[in-house]
Design a protein around this ligand. Structure first.
Ligand code: HEC
Length: 127
């Protein structure tokens, strides 16, 4: 039973990663890299790697309530909103990031809501 559960969990984790691959990785690559490493190769990429995005988002979205579930809910709500309606006004990326890459194009109508829900949860847990 334990083995079965483990297989199920790893399959479902893998499935969510595949959703990220389908809807996000054409622009954001998913290797964990640092900001300095990104700067070194910024000519060759079209968006900040997701590890850099997540580090910045988690640092700048400040949630005063000391509860991991609340923090995850606030951060993932921000991400869902941004993916569907990106704008420099609400963006957390560094201004140089907007100069280099431009504002993210809206993914509304491209990523199904259920897939987005899973992707942001997976990103929060894995980065
Ligand atoms: C066509 C390219 C493209 C695709 C596809 C794309 N992004 Fe982005 N994304 C960008 C660029 C460029 C930026 C940096 C500028 C900005 O923040 O708008 C960005 C920034 C972000 C940010 C940071 C927002 C902030 O506060 O500035 C998040 C979060 C994000 N993307 C999540 C996603 C997710 C999740 C997906 C898949 C559902 C996705 N992106 C698909 C290009 C893309």
């Amino acid at each position: 039973m334990k083995t079965l559960l483990f297989i199920f969990i790893s399959l479902s984790l893998h499935a969510t990663e595949a959703l990220f691959d389908t809807y996000c990785s054409s622009c954001h690559f998913k290797q964990h890299i640092t900001f300095e490493q990104m700067k070194a190769q910024k000519q060759h990429i079209q968006a900040p790697p997701i590890s850099v995005v997540m580090e910045r988002i988690k640092k700048f979205i400040e949630v005063k309530i000391d509860d991991e579930d609340v923090q995850k809910a606030v951060v993932t709500a921000y991400m869902k909103d941004y993916v569907l309606a990106p704008s420099i006004d609400k963006g957390i990326c560094h201004v140089n990031c907007y100069v280099q890459f431009g504002t993210m194009p809206s993914q509304k109508g491209k990523v199904p809501p259920e897939a987005l829900e899973e992707i942001v949860s997976w990103l929060y847990d894995n980065y």
